[in-house]
Design a binder for this molecule. Structure first.
Ligand code: DGL
Length: 283
């Protein structure tokens, strides 16, 4: 089983693409909806919540967990990989979504000028700037935090006038910083739901790059290069294309909220995360 973690619903946009390229794999999706959004939280909170989620998914039998959340990838991934994983589960893996996205950014622009839009946490961490500089040192990169967008999406206010107003404000700010930007990376897994509004407000010469498809392809590449992880994922349980949706909020809350991300009805299970290795869930 492959574990996918997000602070709330956003990672469903990534899971959807993953399920298309890995149709026979089993997935466990965990949304920490009870504590979302993570975007404006401190490093300590994001790190400890993410670690609890990773432990939980490991204890369910997921040898690979993907943090399908830019904020958790920016704030918690490195510490978990370097400090916790070697002690907790040295044969397991935790991957984020910033590095694989950074690897591709240079291919997305013609002018060599790109903009990154994300939560306050993702932008303040400078993770995109650092990762992109490793692969594409000549790219010009500007960033802009969009603190209102995740709360608006989580509240289901996608088509509200306020959402379009904030998108106009954030995109104007980043294009004022660098008018040569021709590609805006939506570096938050919630933003694909706002793609139409971005397209509406942006000048025609500015493209939108969203992550989900890229992350799915990169995961395929990772699995083909790491057969030892791939075969553990397939063993437990045998592959049959089953997806379990788990949430720290109520199952009912998740089932209703997930609809706009997933596009069809799902059944969710409420789980309780503890800081030890146990987990439990109720239907
Ligand atoms: N969807 C998450 C991301 O990609 C963050 C949402 C949040 O603020 O919790 O950054």
């Amino acid at each position: 089983m492959l574990g996918i973690f997000d602070s709330g619903f956003g990672g469903l946009t990534v899971l959807k693409e993953l399920a298309k390229v890995l149709p026979n794999y089993n997935f466990a999706y965990l949304g920490d909806n009870a504590r979302a959004p993570y975007g404006s939280r401190s490093f300590e909170s994001i790190y400890s919540y993410t670690l609890e989620a990773v432990r939980f998914l490991f204890s369910m039998g997921c040898p690979l967990v993907i943090l399908a959340c830019n904020t958790a990838s920016a704030k918690a991934l490195r510490t978990i990989q370097q400090k916790d994983l070697p002690v907790m589960a040295p044969n397991n893996r935790v991957l984020g979504i910033i590095r694989p996205m950074a690897e591709e950014t240079g291919k997305l622009t013609e002018t060599g000028h790109i903009g990154i839009l994300g939560t306050e946490g993702t932008i303040a961490s400078d993770s995109y700037l650092m990762e992109i500089a490793k692969f594409w040192p000549n790219l010009h990169v500007e960033q802009e935090p969009c603190p209102m967008l995740v709360p608006l999406v989580e509240k289901g206010l996608i088509n509200h006038g306020a959402t379009e107003m904030f998108i106009k404000e954030y995109t104007q700010k980043i294009l004022d910083k660098d008018p040569r930007i021709d590609t805006l990376v939506l570096a938050c897994t919630h933003y694909p739901l706002l793609q139409e509004i971005f397209a509406k407000v942006l000048p025609k010469n500015v493209k939108i790059a969203s992550q989900a498809g890229i992350i799915a392809q990169k995961t395929l590449e990772y699995l083909s290069k790491h057969p030892e992880i791939d075969c553990q994922i397939s063993k437990n349980p045998q592959k049959n294309g089953k997806i379990r949706f788990l949430t720290t909020d109520s199952a009912d809350f998740f089932e209703k909220g997930a609809n706009s991300f997933w596009g069809k009805d799902i059944r969710a299970e409420k789980v309780f995360l503890y800081s030890n290795n146990d987990y439990s869930y109720t239907n």
